[in-house]
Design a protein around this ligand. Structure first.
Ligand code: MG
Length: 389
């Protein structure tokens, strides 16, 4: 059997008016990253899915690119339509023009937490069915109400709540979108299949796939994410040479001294070690990867800029800086009198409380290059709290 070409579409063109938020709910930050980034990452990281297309609203391109930047380089964005159905159709048209697919999964951006198990089950079901949808049995009692009172009880036997992604043979769902009148009152893709009397399999959904609609849904998701954070630790080390006639910068603070540090930037050795610790915790290269030392644009740059960059990389990945521990190794100058100013400066640059920042100093008993006052070394450890989902 040849390998199937599988595409996924995320429908993210809504304006989210029911969420009570100022901007579309797929872009609302949740645990430090946008709602849409979670399901995008789940689909894009699934071994069997080749392409992920995101159908966005008009004028949402900048928001979408910013939201997806932490998880992808260049997402395939297409402009959706005025309705969910029109947005899906636009994505299917794009897919058709790009060579089609065997299977396609269609997912709502407002369901951020998409387990790979559900994707596996849906894909398996397409071996024997033209379509498959994840569902959960209805467990609450259901009633029909009229004018504020119970009119009658509804039997819940055989009733299911429908989730997404919904999975289909591409040709079949494309035909359904093309043939079924757009006047038909159909709220999802499985409905279009049923309108053509094509059978759609029910597979096991997941309570994690709950749709975020109201403010309380977002609050619940945020609480769940904060419990699911894991620590990540990074370390950094740097050395710069002491020379005459240069200003001495350490931790973003200028220190009066007979010598300063030489380097391409302002040579703030402590900040450089700290930047490497933050990037290390993210597994995101090092300071030289992002700011090549030969690059003339960084000549004489205040190293605070590098630190702000690293801080933003942490935030973009949904991380929070739990603590920083920094050691400055030198014979001179004395660091003690400057420690508090350094902590306050780093706290301001990193936007974290001062009590998360430790600055220590040591000499090397006049041994080695630091002992001979030829240079200053710094080492840093950073702990991040990151989403494990
Ligand atoms: Mg350096």
């Amino acid at each position: 059997m040849t390998e199937k070409r599988i595409a996924a579409i995320i429908v993210a063109a809504g304006t989210g008016s029911r969420s009570g938020l100022e901007y579309p709910k797929q872009y609302v930050p949740l645990g430090g990253r946008a709602v849409i980034a979670y399901s995008y990452e789940s689909l894009a990281s699934h071994a069997e899915i080749d392409t992920v297309i995101v159908a966005i609203g008009e004028d949402q391109e900048d928001m979408a690119r910013a939201a997806l930047a932490p998880v992808t380089g260049a997402p395939q964005l297409i402009t959706g339509g005025a309705t969910r159905r029109a947005s899906v159709k636009a994505a299917l048209d794009w897919l058709q023009q790009s060579g089609g697919a065997d299977y396609v999964l269609i997912h709502d951006a407002a369901r951020p937490f998409l387990p790979h198990d559900v994707i596996d089950t849906l894909i398996d079901a397409l071996d024997t069915h033209q379509g498959a949808i994840p569902t959960l049995p209805v467990t609450d009692t259901l009633v029909r109400g009229e004018q504020g009172i119970v009119a009658d009880m509804v039997k819940r036997d055989g009733l299911f709540q429908v989730q997404t992604p919904q999975a289909f043979h591409f040709e079949t769902i494309y035909t359904a979108h093309t043939q079924v009148s757009s006047d038909a009152i159909i709220t999802d893709d499985a409905g279009l299949m049923r309108a053509l009397d094509i059978s759609v399999a029910l597979v096991q959904g997941d309570s994690m796939l709950e749709k975020l609609t109201y403010p309380a849904d977002f609050a619940r998701a945020e609480a769940m994410l904060s419990e699911a954070r894991i620590p990540r630790v990074g370390t950094g080390y740097d050395v710069h040479r002491l020379v005459e006639g240069k200003a001495l910068w350490l931790c973003g603070v200028e220190i009066a001294h007979s010598h300063g540090l030489s380097g391409h930037s302002d040579a703030d050795v402590a900040i450089h070690a700290l930047v490497d610790a933050l990037l290390g915790a993210l597994a995101d290269g090092d300071i030289g990867t992002h700011f090549p030392p030969g690059d003339p644009q960084w000549k004489g740059t205040a190293s605070s800029r590098f630190l702000e960059f690293a801080r933003d990389r942490v935030a973009a990945r949904g991380g929070e800086i739990a603590n920083i521990d920094l050691s400055i190794i030198c014979e001179e100058p004395k660091i003690g009198p400057h420690k508090e100013a350094m902590r306050i400066r780093l706290a301001a640059l990193l936007c974290i409380p001062v009590d998360r920042i430790s600055i220590k100093a040591t000499t090397t008993e006049r041994l080695g290059f630091t002992g001979r006052k030829e240079g200053i070394a710094a080492q840093a450890v950073a702990t991040l709290l990151m989403q494990s989902l």
